[in-house]
Design a protein around this ligand. Structure first.
Ligand SMILES: C[S@@+](CC[C@H](N)C(=O)[O-])C[C@H]1O[C@@H](n2cnc3c(N)ncnc32)[C@H](O)[C@@H]1O
Length: 208
């Protein structure tokens, strides 16, 4: 908890939250992993201290492959030491890899069956948000899905206390999210048992 808070204070733009996600949100974000029984390639983007990572690792089976992309070197050390290294010891038969890089140009290749993304999009400029979604959709398998989350009503709450330029950005991010939702058969699940309450969003790559 303290390691997450220290990064929030030193790097709010990238971290974008004061608290790591809780177990209920992690469960909702990883729901697609419980819906398939074939081998999967899974990508997590922006794990922080790893609440989703721990849950993803617990779902891995022989034949699966798991890649993690994190921009912050401090969080990379935490993820490697706390989650990936112990997992590799227990399960050397399953490939797990960490990439210390921004997702925009991380050296990874698709297709991935599931992408689970914890990025704080409301902190980013709209062109970056569009670029990141374009990259992630490009990495997704034809029948793959992408999960991301946002804090409930965050844009409505932020709007009155930010500058007009920031409000314009929030509106553009909102419009982009709505367009993705329409184009990729989006679904949204409110998770009240999180601090703050959050909405888990799921997008599909293509229509069946
Ligand atoms: C809101 S925190 C979420 C952490 C964790 N998933 C959770 O829910 O508690 C956002 C994470 O995304 C990472 N991040 C921000 N921008 C990134 C980028 N462009 N590429 C990869 N990771 C990024 C941050 O360093 C941080 O670990």
């Amino acid at each position: 908890m303290l390691d997450f808070l220290s990064q929030t204070l030193s790097n709010f733009k990238h971290t974008g939250a004061v608290w790591p996600s809780g177990g209920r949100l992690a469960r909702e974000m990883t729901a697609p992993l419980r819906e398939t029984d074939r081998p999967r390639r899974i990508l997590e983007v922006g794990p922080g201290t790893g609440p989703f990572t721990a849950r993803i690792l617990s779902h891995l089976r022989p034949g699966d492959e798991f890649h993690v992309v994190e921009i912050n070197p401090f969080f990379c050390k935490v993820i490697e030491k706390r989650h990936l290294a112990p997992f590799r010891e227990r399960r050397p038969d399953i490939e797990v890899a960490l990439h210390e890089a921004p997702i925009e140009d991380a050296p990874i290749e698709g297709p991935f069956d599931h992408i689970i993304c914890g990025l704080p999009f409301n902190n980013f400029p709209p062109p970056l948000v569009r670029g990141i979604f374009k990259r992630m959709m490009g990495l997704l398998a034809e029948d793959g899905d992408l999960a991301y989350f946002e804090y409930a009503a965050v844009r409505v709450m932020k709007a009155p206390v930010t500058s007009s330029a920031s409000r314009r950005n929030l509106r553009r991010i909102d419009a982009h999210a709505k367009s993705l939702h329409r184009r990729h058969r989006g679904s949204r699940r409110l998770v009240m048992a999180n601090f703050p309450p959050a909405i888990a969003v799921r997008l599909r790559h293509r229509d069946p």
